[in-house]
Design a protein. Sequence first.
Length: 234
Amino acid sequence: MSKRAIILAGGKGTRLRPYTLSLPKPLVPVADKPIIQIIIEQLIKNGFDHITLTINHMAEVIKAFCGDGSRWGAHIDYSLEDKPLGTMAPLKIIKDLPDNFLVMNGDVLTDLNFKELYDAHLLGDNIFTISSFQRENINDYGVLDVKNGTLINFREKPLTIFEVSMGVYILNKKVLDYIPANSFYGFDQLMLSFLKKDEKVKVIKHVGYWLDIGRPDDYQQANEDYEKILGKLK
């Protein structure tokens, strides 16, 4: 069965400067390949044979690199934003979306099995499925718990564990009804709208590798990790 994937590749990559001063973020290399190529090859291995890139910043450079997808044996096309639209609004201007499709950020390095996520979404008959990851954050400071100006507890550099979105989703086309036309609209706004309307959103935790390479430190980490996880990429 043919499967469709949308890669969000329109951002300016300002958090990743100076690496993005001369290149669009999707073309910044991890080891020997641009991150967008790594993602495209993973998607194709998982059966996603029609890939649409939403583009804006340095659009022509991205198009020149990716072409029509024929060199990877897939069909690649493009949706051009004439202004920044956020993470969800770009979907509104794609006119030929199937009933269910994958959406992901163009700066994600992960060994996630995209096919399994897609199949789980269909099996659950979900409107929106989020792939999540557990992150740990060590606070750099000693934390004071204070009540009425008196210390009641002290925690030295406490560890906080939280579940985050990986920037990989499977959507049912019904989601488009929630997205306003021709306006900036992001993932955060959509989730708040779902919660307000008691719309069920499925969250599936990924136990494996995931890194958002939006910041210089994370980009450097991705380059260090790439050879170690290469054999695990699904």
